[in-house]
Design a protein around this ligand. Structure first.
Ligand code: AHN
Ligand code: ZN
Length: 332
């Protein structure tokens, strides 16, 4: 082999080695992160039902009454027993009648420092008068409010119990608004309703507080309830409406979460949307029983335990649990 030949050979060898070494070894295949999953607990409607009975045992929870005080104390102790950090947001508000109402929004926080937060809300007060009752003697009585108050609260207390036993990687605020139902039914006066949510929306319980969205429950326990896609919810939080109703359908609950649009309602979510600017939907029973658009028992003495159906509580509670447990792993 002459000099030139061996020169070419060693050059070729050099190139070969360089080609071998300069090419970085392909990284070892990363083990794929297992797909995030979450086990949604079962919603216990028997337990929710008992929590409605307990609220009714105090009598109508009308602001400025002993029943209202006693129920508030019980609600706070329930949430604390379920491991929540509870804030009692006190306020006074002038009712349309001129009376000063002493109110308390009860806020049960889970993981209060978590950045990603969802609000679940309901009102815990009872209406001061049964003005839709056909019996004249009943009209001045406070409403027992099994459905219009206690049902939403009971579902949220059950959610609290589940958040303690099966924690999630997300912040949850369960907000019980006060003085929702002390409104003026004789005049078109939206601001006479929802005094607690109006107060909270302009005085958030923490400075800089925010949440991704909220879900309000109002009248979620009656037999054959029909939850329609309400207009205020669709306007301010259309994607939340669609997600909840789609989830409910996939879970087999489209008999309750019906695919139907309904007109807007003055409810706590209106003020949260407009004043706090947090998107919030309302899951509310739009019955076809009466011209009011609510059940036959609405704002009457008939709104008692007899109107409650555990199957409705189960549908709402299970859809809500699925919503938040899936949201916590980004799958909602
Ligand atoms: C009005 O009828 C104006 N608002 C209904 C809100 C409500 C009352 N929800 C429960 N009770
Ligand atoms: Zn009401």
């Amino acid at each position: 082999m002459n000099f030139q030949k061996s020169c070419w050979l060693s050059l070729a060898l050099l190139f070969f080695i360089a080609a071998c070494t300069s090419e970085p070894a392909p990284p070892p295949p990363k083990p794929k992160a297992p797909a995030k999953t979450v086990k949604v607990p079962r919603f216990e409607s028997d337990s929710a039902f008992v929590k409605i009975e307990k609220q009714l045992s105090f009598g109508p929870r009308v602001p400025n009454t002993a029943a209202h005080d006693q129920c508030r104390e019980w609600l706070v102790s329930q949430f604390e027993g379920f491991g929540a950090e509870v804030i009692e947001q006190k306020f006074t508000a002038k009712a349309y009648t001129g009376v000063n109402l002493k109110g308390t929004n009860v806020i049960a926080q889970y993981k209060p420092n978590h950045k990603k937060r969802i609000i679940l809300a309901a009102h815990w007060d009872s209406r001061h008068i049964s003005d839709a009752d056909s019996n004249e003697a009943n009209k001045k009585k406070g409403v027992p409010a099994a459905d219009d108050g206690a049902s939403g609260v009971a579902v949220l207390l059950e959610i609290a119990r589940n958040l303690q036993s099966t924690p999630i990687d997300m912040g949850i605020d369960l907000i019980l608004f006060d003085a929702e139902d002390y409104g003026d039914s004789e005049n078109d006066n939206p601001k006479s309703w929802c005094l607690g949510s109006q107060h909270w929306s302009t005085n958030l319980h923490k400075k800089g507080y925010s949440a991704k969205y909220g879900i309000l429950l109002d009248m979620v326990g009656a037999k054959n309830a029909r939850f329609t896609k309400e207009e205020v919810s669709r306007f301010y939080a259309p994607e939340v409406v669609e997600k909840v109703w789609r989830l409910a359908k996939n879970m087999g609950f489209s008999n309750y979460f019906v695919d139907e649009e309904s007109r807007g309602i003055t409810d706590d979510h209106l003020f949260v949307n407009q004043l706090a600017k947090i998107p919030m939907i309302d899951i509310i029973n739009r019955s076809t029983e009466t011209s009011s658009g609510f059940g036959h028992y609405w704002h009457t003495q008939e709104d008692n335990i007899d109107v409650i159906d555990k199957r409705t509580l189960r549908a709402v509670g299970q859809v809500l649990l699925a919503s938040i447990y899936n949201e916590s792993i980004g799958k909602f």
